[in-house]
Design a protein around this ligand. Structure first.
Ligand SMILES: *Cc1c(COP(=O)(O)O)cnc(C)c1O
Length: 334
């Protein structure tokens, strides 16, 4: 398989089969639940949609790995399928997880509602204060988990400290890279073992599918795939096709979203009716230096304080003409 240097080329061509299937320029949708057996002796090698190994999966797996300069990639039925399956693979009953305080709501709910039943323990850590992590370590700590940019404060953890800490204590380092996308940050280059995405957001970018991804070390991604094969959170071929198509414009979209968000953050920061803006691209942001070290761009997400009461903020939201109030991000609408 050809490897490409630049991400603008990778988003289009990485992972394309050689030779092409029936010379098709675009990967066709293989709408076949199962494929005729060809002497496979491992269950996980049988060609079957749930086993995440159809031609539509294969292209995406290789493309995602290439985008983050990582060893392997895997797509899942949603971001939460990626997060839950990765955690269930890395942790065994009785293991302990260190996780950044204030994570994505769904992840937080998985910890607080389900972790105990699974026999997992966890403690929250202050992601910006590496000196405080050691005191939270336990003899059964197995992994450390952060988010590249945390919603809604847009804070950036001490990312290199996370992988250094993981290495010195033999922990698996995991990061939710949804908010940066592979265009702005590639966790494998900084030593992360597993990078996780809600591909519903920037990777697909068109608000028309729910999907997830796990990218990283080959041995770990293969273990996650085997767990996913059992749990069943597979991405269907049509959604694979849409995700592959969405990824083709990733660099164009992110470049523009980086630029638009920075322009908007600067505008709001100087506006008399705004009391402050959270955006790591602003020089005044407490995380700006850190973000500049790790990221090639600061993303399309920002938050700000409207001067007045909660009602004023609510009124503001109800009066925006272009942004829609809906629970997602990274699409083309705003
Ligand atoms: C949306 C989101 C998720 C969950 O992804 P789904 O595709 O909705 O399952 C996880 N992490 C972050 C940071 C998200 O924004």
């Amino acid at each position: 398989m050809t490897s490409f240097k630049h991400i603008d080329t990778k988003v289009i061509h990485s992972g394309e089969p050689s030779p092409r299937h029936d010379n098709a320029v675009v990967t066709p949708i293989y709408q076949s639940a199962m494929f005729v057996t060809a002497g496979e002796d491992d269950y996980h090698d049988l060609k079957y949609i749930r086993l995440n190994n159809t031609p539509n999966h294969d292209v995406l797996h290789a493309r995602l790995a290439a985008l983050e300069n990582a060893e392997a990639g895997l797509v899942t039925a949603s971001g939460m399928a990626a997060i839950s399956t990765a955690l269930i693979t890395v942790l065994k009953s009785g293991d302990h997880l260190l996780i950044q305080d204030c994570v994505y709501g769904g992840t937080n709910d998985l910890l607080t509602d389900n972790f105990k039943e699974f026999g997992f323990e966890f403690d929250f850590i202050d992601e910006s204060d590496p000196a405080s992590w050691e005191s939270k370590l336990k003899s059964n700590t197995k992994a450390i988990y952060v988010e590249a940019i945390a919603n809604p404060m847009m804070s950036v953890p001490a990312l290199k400290d996370v992988t250094d800490f993981a290495k010195s204590h033999q922990l698996v380092s995991m990061i939710d890279n949804t908010f940066t996308s592979p265009y702005n940050f590639r966790p494998a280059e900084w030593g992360f073992d597993l990078s996780i995405h809600s591909a519903t957001k920037y990777l697909n970018g068109h608000s028309d599918i729910v999907a997830g991804a796990v990218i990283g070390r080959k041995d770990l991604v293969e273990n996650v795939r085997r767990t996913l094969n059992h749990l069943g959170g597979t991405l269907d071929p049509h959604a694979c096709f849409l995700l592959e198509r969405g990824i083709k414009t990733l660099s164009l979209r992110i470049e523009r979203q980086n630029a638009s968000a920075l322009t908007m953050a600067r505008f709001l920061d100087e506006h008399g009716k705004i009391n402050g803006v959270n955006y790591p691209g602003l020089v005044s942001s407490p995380d700006h230096e850190r973000a500049k070290t790790y990221f090639d761009g600061f993303g399309g997400m920002l938050s700000f304080y409207v001067r007045g009461s909660a009602d004023t903020a609510q009124q503001f939201m109800e009066h925006t003409r272009i942004p829609l109030m809906a629970p997602s991000l990274g699409g083309t609408e705003t």
